[in-house]
Design a protein around this ligand. Structure first.
Ligand code: MLT
Length: 406
């Protein structure tokens, strides 16, 4: 008789965004006349920019000709893309990362969920709280957590590092020593950042205690403030303690086309064993590469036109972020984030529970957001709105919030 991976039975309900999708679907079927504004999941809405589309078309044509047809991609990804990443994302920022330390993938979500494969089964993880649910859920699925406590909304065996308005959303170093530390900056969901000095504290700590930092930099393109690092490798010594995960979803609109990459520096070792070699082994065995046409389109993001056009898209979303920030502040809410990130994190009014505020916004104002408690216990009493909608809907949503009605 076969047996299942019982760790899955420990998982609470469904994935956060699936729960929200279900609730919104039910409301919308029962109220087909309501015009719902979606500011929940961080999914882009602008189409792929012309430079990317042109390259996609030409890459598709290449696939139609015998002389230019491409089969399996190289294990680490095409060199033309890895070289463009090195030049633009790393060398340009003074980071010493080489093309063979980059592993191209189908996105940051898969990589951040899969990376646990190369760590020991009794690995103790530390996460900021609130946190992008994938880090914790993927550890739970592979047995690297204890049990889920519904009442506390926490997993045993996981170190939670609260990030709230009280500590300015800057996590404190944990008292208990972790093996793996997940950091995401600019942060999902709070939209807040760390300065280079604040991030350096984490790098120094990881080097001191022998921990690895999994650094999710999916939102780096939204950084506008000086002294906020775009990569963890801008910190001294990070090559020896950090893995960085990046995405083409938020900076270039690849949420539906899927492309990302993970940097595992060769200097990152456990005893004598190179984590690069382990991840290369995993990648080569369980993954067959992002499609050629998508990698070609990804390289077009780094062309002069691609950079200009994706820059304009980011500016468009950041203008939405400003409209949301100012609209909420004007309506009397406490608001965070939205300056270096496409997420705005707000306190719910009068200590309302996050899910109650979700229901209020959906049913009374026909706006969908994400309840803070869905990201962890310290998210209770907070709520997240995304700036990824259309400018028109963003303005409309703020008008509804100000008026207190749809
Ligand atoms: C979010 O809304 O938090 C993101 O869209 C999730 C993701 O990128 O997977």
């Amino acid at each position: 008789m076969f047996r299942i991976n019982e760790n899955y039975l420990k998982l609470p309900g469904s994935y956060l965004f699936s729960t929200i999708g279900k609730k919104v679907g039910e409301y919308s079927s029962a109220n087909p006349d309501k015009e719902i504004i979606r500011m929940g999941i961080g999914d882009v809405t602008l189409p792929l920019c012309p430079a990317v589309i042109e390259r996609l078309h030409s890459a598709v044509d290449e696939m139609s000709r015998q002389e230019t047809f491409m089969g399996y991609a190289p294990d680490l990804g095409y060199e033309f893309l890895r070289n463009a990443i090195v030049e633009n994302d790393y060398k340009a920022r003074g980071c010493d990362i080489s093309a063979d330390e980059i592993f191209v993938s189908d996105g940051a979500k898969s990589d951040s969920g899969n990376i646990v494969d190369i760590f020991a089964e009794d690995t103790k993880i530390a996460v900021t709280d609130p946190v992008y649910p994938v880090y914790v859920d993927s550890n739970a699925m592979s047995g690297r957590t204890g049990a889920y406590d519904e009442a506390a909304e926490k997993w045993s065996g996981v170190i939670y590092m609260p990030c709230t308005s009280e500590n300015g959303f800057v996590p404190e170093l944990p008292r208990e020593t972790p093996d793996v530390i997940y950091l995401c900056f600019p942060n999902n969901p709070t939209g807040t950042t760390l300065t280079t000095e604040q991030l350096q504290v984490w790098v120094d700590y990881a080097l001191k205690v022998g921990a690895v930092i999994i650094y999710d930099g999916a939102y780096e393109a939204y950084i506008t403030s000086e002294n906020v690092p775009h990569s963890i490798y801008q910190c001294q010594g990070a090559e020896a303690c950090a893995i960085e995960i990046r995405s083409f979803s938020k900076n270039a609109g690849f949420t539906g086309t899927r492309l990302g990459f993970t940097v595992v520096p060769k200097a990152l070792k456990c005893g004598g064993v190179s984590l690069h070699a382990l991840w290369a082994r995993r990648h080569g065995t369980k993954f067959n590469g992002a499609p050629y046409i998508i990698q070609a389109a990804g390289a077009a993001v780094y062309s002069p036109e691609g950079r200009k056009q994706t820059g304009e898209q980011i500016a468009y979303y950041m203008n939405n972020a400003k409209v949301i920030r100012e609209g909420l502040i004007g309506a009397g809410y406490d608001v965070y984030g939205g300056v270096d990130a496409p997420y705005i994190w707000m306190k719910t009014p009068e200590g309302m529970k996050s899910w109650d505020f979700f229901d209020y916004l959906l049913e009374e104002l026909n706006i969908v957001g994400t309840p803070g408690s869905g990201f962890g216990p310290s998210g209770e009493g907070y709520f997240r709105l995304t700036a990824f909608g259309s400018a028109e809907n963003t303005v409309k949503a703020m008008e509804r919030i100000k008026a207190g009605k749809a």
